[in-house]
Write a protein that binds this ligand. Structure first.
Ligand code: NAD
Ligand code: GLY
Length: 365
């Protein structure tokens, strides 16, 4: 069983394939997308160790050879040094303008490879084969690519859409539980931001999907990708609606920054707490029923995700220091903080018109 979603971007449209065991059959898909006899595959040591052989066999099925470029796992690879290393190895491999690169890993590898592909020879094609739940439902779709700078995360990047995305849900069986949950926070985000029926489905089936039920995982990933694909097709460059995908991110990024982007709080956990805070703020402002904020928090907690600042181990600075982090966010417009607020589950909107006192109240609660 597999599903296909198209990201409708005209001449740059591409397909997302979601299914269990797709890695075995990647050859034909990659060849169709422009794969040559030797295909560079950027991966990290964890993913490479687990699955490179399977991918190599899949490509061999269509007469292609994998040329692995193996990076150290972790956010540190999304750096100028990581970019230099990947670009150097791709150039050494003789990649040309018609060449195609595979990004095979989580969001770190996807963002790094996508960026390298975007700048190398002024742009070569790439295919995303995401291996974390976060990457399957979010980072591999939509063409945002970036590396980090000393000044902050994702500050050097570009929009560069992949040619194809292949999400094999079977690969998620080896993902550490914490990473699986962090990715699941992004799945919940889609229900919370724009689809109350999907949120209801997750309340019933989310735990089984997290536990590895392939049918439910495929549905959760495909539905998330479909929602993101539709938004990206309407607003590729985030001039409007795409900002809804940042639900929970203004709070979440501030918490990640405050905890030094460390293992104390990983991205999806920050998004989970951030979403709960955004709904709490909406309820405090009287625009969202209190019951909806409680329902979101209850679901996050029911699967084992954090939903409050107090759930982060150790002490977090005061509200002012968190607001100072928010002021440095790329989402600040004309000096105003941008928030995604909710009128209820599945009903969100973007606003810069939020009283700072109310933000401080939810941060201090
Ligand atoms: P990651 O890529 O660091 O992967 C997490 C860990 O899981 C790594 O140690 C990795 O080696 C390991 N791993 C990956 N797949 C595995 C598997 N199948 N089995 C076992 N281990 C596996 O982290 P992530 O959460 O996937 O991505 C986070 C990155 O994504 C951040 O840099 C963030 O900025 C970026 N991001 C980008 C976008 C976008 O739109 N471009 C959206 C959200 C997040
Ligand atoms: N992850 C948010 C976006 O792609 O716009």
């Amino acid at each position: 069983m597999s599903e296909k979603i198209t990201v409708g971007l005209g001449t740059r449209a591409y397909d997302i394939h979601v299914g269990s065991g797709l890695l075995a059959d990647v050859g034909a898909l990659v060849k169709n997308a422009g794969g040559k006899a030797a295909v560079p595959v950027v991966t990290d040591a964890n993913v490479g160790g687990l699955y490179l052989e399977r991918l190599t066999n899949g490509l061999a099925g269509a007469g292609m050879k994998a040329r692995p470029i193996v990076m150290p796992p972790g956010e540190g690879s999304k750096s100028f040094a990581g970019l230099e290393s990947v670009c150097g190895q791709l150039l050494d491999a003789g990649i040309d303008r018609q060449g195609l690169v595979i990004a095979f890993g989580g969001g770190v590898i996807g963002d790094l490879t996508g960026f390298a592909a975007g700048v190398l020879k002024r742009g070569v094609n790439f295919v995303q084969i995401p291996t974390t739940l976060l990457a399957q439902v979010d980072s591999s779709v939509g063409g945002k690519t970036a590396i980090n700078a000393a000044q902050g995360k994702n500050l050097v990047g570009l929009f560069h859409q992949p040619k194809l995305v292949i999400a094999d849900t079977a690969l998620l069986s080896s993902l550490p539980k914490r990473e699986m949950l962090a990715g699941y926070a992004e799945v919940v985000k889609y229900g919370a931001l724009g689809d109350a029926a999907f949120f209801g489905w997750l309340e019933k089936n989310g735990a089984a999907a997290i536990a590895g039920d392939q049918e439910k995982l495929i549905h959760a990933v495909a539905h998330s990708c479909r929602m993101k694909a539709d938004i990206v097709a309407r607003d590729e460059r985030e001039t409007g609606e795409r900002a809804l995908l940042n639900l929970g991110h203004t709070f979440g990024h501030a918490l990640e920054a405050q905890t030094g982007f460390s293992q104390r709080l990983i991205h999806g956990e920050g998004v989970a707490i951030g979403m709960a805070l955004a709904f709490r703020l909406s309820a405090l402002l009287g625009i969202c029923p209190q019951g909806d904020a409680e329902r979101l928090e209850a679901h996050l907690r029911s699967v084992g995700l954090p939903a409050a600042i107090a759930d982060i181990p150790g002490s977090i600075g005061n509200a002012d220091s968190l607001i100072a982090h928010m002021a440095h966010d790329k989402k600040v417009k004309d000096g105003k903080l941008t928030f995604i607020l909710a009128r209820g589950i599945g009903k969100t909107f973007v606003t810069t018109d939020v009283p700072l006192e109310a933000v401080k109240t939810v941060l201090a609660a």
